[in-house]
Design a protein around this ligand. Structure first.
Ligand code: ZN
Ligand code: ZN
Length: 181
């Protein structure tokens, strides 16, 4: 029963952290905008910065993305289900230069070269890092981690053999397992 007694203070602490991080995020935003204005930003269309922000559930970890994602999908695989404690994982993929993360994260390698990062305080998944054999690295961010809905829409579905039977397929390419290139 002691566990229940601790809950309010944990929530209170998270709110304080979230409030403090709001200022840090504003500073980060300004830094990113300044970098673009100075012409140092890479990997995105300068005429359309398409700056988007998000973070973990408690606010201790924040991120921004600039430019359009390389692609976006929706994964029903068993690992995504468990890692997100959700029926599926909708995500967008960016080049590393388009993503900035502020705050302490912890990672676990769920498959070779694929690291899933989460906030050590609230446990929320923040992003994943995918390294292929050629050395290319991509960052994958879940739509649920962004501050607002409606910014991105999945272009395909993967691992539909694991899809919950009560979910209807989207009107996008369907992959029973991995995405077909
Ligand atoms: Zn957190
Ligand atoms: Zn998955």
């Amino acid at each position: 029963m002691a566990r229940f007694g601790q809950t309010p203070s944990l929530v209170e602490g998270a709110l304080v952290v979230a409030g403090r991080t709001g200022l840090a995020t504003l500073a980060l935003f300004l830094a990113v905008v300044r970098r673009q204005r100075d012409g140092l930003g890479v990997g995105h269309d300068m005429s359309e910065p398409f700056l988007r922000a998000g973070g973990c559930a408690c606010g201790a970890v924040r991120f921004t993305t600039t430019g359009r994602p390389r692609r976006g999908g929706l994964c029903h695989c068993l690992t995504c289900r468990k890692a997100h404690a959700s029926a599926f994982n909708p995500f967008v993929v960016f080049a590393p230069a388009s993503v900035e993360v502020v705050g302490k994260v912890t990672a676990w390698e769920s498959s070779l070269g694929y690291l899933r990062y989460f906030c050590g305080l609230c446990g929320a998944r923040v992003f994943a890092e995918n390294r292929d054999e050629s050395g290319d690295t991509e960052y994958e961010l879940s739509l649920g981690s962004f501050d607002e809905p409606g910014w991105f829409t999945p272009e395909y579905e993967s691992w539909t053999i694991r899809r919950e039977p009560w979910l209807r397929p989207m009107d996008v390419p369907q992959n029973r397992r991995e995405r077909r290139d």
